[in-house]
Design a binder for this molecule. Structure first.
Ligand code: PLP
Length: 389
């Protein structure tokens, strides 16, 4: 019996770009001490008080089917957070709670694209994007944000392919580049969306990890609230990756459609997880800064280490838990560099090519091991690059 073309097409017959990661995992399973700088996951676990609240809520009986769009308390908390941070009036009717940002991304595209529609996204991209778009039977159209323009996408490049498209997916702060889109970039994007009648899907799961500049939510730009779906998550902001809790914020009518989708797919998110998420949001900005602090520190460590060499070039890290290193000076592709580094130094980083053509000749370094080990690994990476430059 055959699987559907749609599901078989999710990977499009190609690799999912995680070969180095898988090889590192195999080496670790064989007992090799690999420094793992691949996956975007904190080196701390979810804070004990959040887990205690989860436990309390479960023991208190919040274990049955929960309200499908999300509990009123959590939707209100997200609506208030969004209103305060963006200035866009937002109520619970604009909020759907989802099992993580990933599921929000899928739902947002399912809700806005018909089969065969052109769906624009920016290259370099978070590795799952093309699969998500193929998964809803859309035609993914990558638009490059160029390395020589600091990976800020250009409105002219988007406009050139926007005809006949229905959606545009962006992500700032950006995984994998660590770039935060400027106001000018976002205004250009908004203009393209208005001119070409596009839905904007704005993936903002790193919005609490901004090291330089400011996060601007494009939903707050003129004419955008009615055509923007913002995908958010507590995975990165509250170190709750395994709790699978996120949201989509957008026009109330679209949230009603998304709620229908949730009724026929996820059937909502467990109530005890939602209660813990509400509790976590109540911990406020200081707590969010505490979760972001290790990455802020390691970014400074990286800037100091990389200043003392010229074998690799650091893309200015403005946000998110990653560094992008340009390794083209070594003459190697990102993929060859990452594989060779793993063999020579037992350090695992992601090849830029895993995130699209625009990141070729780069590697992405996740800042997800303790400061001492991180610094040592970066020094070893630089020495390695120097030996082959
Ligand atoms: N979007 C981006 C850009 C990501 O990097 C990730 C995870 O790494 C996600 C979405 C999905 O996050 P989650 O489903 O854990 O909320």
């Amino acid at each position: 019996m055959q699987a559907s073309a749609r599901i078989s097409n999710i990977l499009n017959g190609g690799s999912d770009g995680w070969d180095v990661f898988n090889r590192a995992r195999d080496m670790i399973a064989d007992g090799v001490a690999v420094t793992e700088l691949t996956i975007g996951e904190h080196d701390i676990r979810t804070a004990a008080p959040i887990l205690q609240e989860m436990h309390r809520a479960a023991v208190a009986g919040h274990t049955g089917y929960a309200s499908i769009p999300g509990t009123t308390a959590l939707r209100d908390a997200i609506a208030e957070r969004v209103s305060t941070r963006t200035g866009v009036a937002t109520t619970r009717d604009n909020v759907l709670i989802t099992p993580g940002g990933q599921s929000g991304l899928y739902a947002a595209h399912f809700a806005t694209l018909n089969p065969g529609d052109r769906a624009l996204f920016i290259d370099p991209f978070y590795a799952t994007y093309p699969g998500t778009l193929r998964g809803v039977s859309a035609e993914p159209v990558a638009v490059q944000a160029r390395a020589n323009l600091a990976f800020q996408p250009r409105a002219a490049d988007l406009a050139a392919v926007a005809s006949g498209a229905r959606t545009l997916l962006i992500n700032s702060p950006n995984n994998p580049t660590g770039v935060v889109y400027s106001r000018a970039t976002l205004e250009g994007i908004a203009q393209v969306c208005v001119d070409h009648d596009l839905w904007l899907i704005s993936d903002e799961v790193y919005d609490t990890q901004v090291w330089e500049g400011a996060h601007i939510c494009p939903r707050a730009l003129p004419g955008m609230a009615e055509r923007t779906l913002v995908v958010g998550s507590m995975s990165k902001s509250h170190a709750m990756t395994g709790s699978r809790i996120g949201w989509v914020v957008g026009p109330a009518e679209m949230i009603t459609h998304l709620c229908n989708l949730a009724t026929h797919t996820t059937y909502g998110v467990p109530g005890f997880i939602q209660d813990a998420a509400r509790f976590a949001l109540d911990q406020g900005l200081d707590f969010e800064e505490e979760i972001a602090a290790p990455f802020r520190r390691r970014r400074a460590i990286a800037q100091a280490v990389l200043a003392g060499q010229n074998a690799v070039v650091l893309v200015p890290p403005q946000g998110a838990m990653y560094l992008m290193l340009d390794v083209r000076g070594t003459g190697l592709s990102g993929e060859t560099f990452a594989n060779a580094l793993l063999d020579a130094e037992q350090i695992a980083v992601m090849p830029g090519e895993s995130f699209g053509e625009a990141a070729a000749g780069h590697v992405r370094v996740a800042m997800t091991v303790d400061d001492g080990r991180f610094e040592q690994a970066l020094r070893a990476l630089c020495r390695f690059a120097e030996t082959i430059s």
